[in-house]
Design a protein around this ligand. Sequence first.
Ligand code: FA5
Length: 376
Amino acid sequence: MSAEAPPVAATGGGPSGEAALAAAQAEAEATLGAVVDAAGLERWYRAQLSASGAVSALRKGIGQLPLEARKPYGAAINALSTTLTTAFEARKAQIEAAALEARLQAERVDLTLPARRPRVGRLHPLRSTLREINAAFQSMGFAVYDSPHVETDEYNFQLLNIPPHHPARDMQDTFYVANDGLAGEAALDAEGAPVQRVLRTHTSAGQIRAMRALGANGTAPVRVILPGVCYRNEDITTRSEVQFTQIEGLMVGRDVRLSDLKGILLQFARLIFGGEQAVRMRGSYFPFTEPSVEVDLRCALCGGAGCRVCKYSGWLELLGAGLVHPTVLRNGGYDPETHRGVAFGVGLPRLVMLRHGVDDIRHFYRNDLRFLQTFR
Ligand code: FA5
């Protein structure tokens, strides 16, 4: 049956009307059974049950029936409408269930496949090693003390026994900072002379600050490390950068000796390089320590026998150190007659190069994941 079919009722009520309704029902049910998708359902509904559909058309024929036939015919049409609506809902549910099932089959997820691992970042090897170094010294009672990157010439050089024309300044080509824009105290020193600022060339610049801040006018002991970035106007090579991190160590007290320094550095070497380590001291020169030493680590590769890495000496250069110079102690507020100090300064990138056999400092700053991922 279709919407265009003439209303059966219009041809008269009675048995023929009932037969027409039965035929209409049979045809509607047959076409519904043939519907397979949502679009077909929509078309079927419009043809049968909508205001312009076949059932409505049948209903419009009621008026032409004899009075007594109208009621039962109307009831029969209502019943037909209800039957077809129920059948429609059932078919709709069937089609939707089939569509869902087809989608589930098509979009099936294989739970047995291995999961995709999320890409998790990690700390840069310089940063993670710095944390290990901080922890190693903290385990020996050292506190971490922060000092400025932009230093005055006074703290970076003069108070460390490096006067303006001292040749030691040649070792550290310096980035000087213009004083433009600074006013008042920031620009002038106590004598009214302009304050010269530099990007600190070493963390030793913080030694005086730490002694003055923590030493209680030369009465309290101090045990600090000062990790931080330093800057030198140097050519960039396999071993040198213009910007690199140092870790300064400073211990001041009444009974501090060079043997304390050796013990601390040996323990440090064991914590960072692992297992059995050996360190040795050889004489050196820094203006702010007296005596000054270079501390070497026994080459782990050859166990001290000599190899290409240690240039057949059996030892690898680790850091500079010494007893704090009396003038520096005095500048920090201590009386060198009653107090002594030890200090050391180690370069972070070169230490990581030693530890992991990295042959070029520039690898650390290139952000090449192939390099960084080797430090898992
Ligand atoms: C100093 O800077 C002293 N202040 C160290 C010190 C502290 C001595 C306390 C005594 C007492 P030196 O210039 O040697 O010393 O530098 C120390 C370390 O910094 C070097 O061993 C090296 O590891 C690192 N370093 C120096 N210059 C560079 C550079 N351009 N690039 C990378 N690392 C550097």
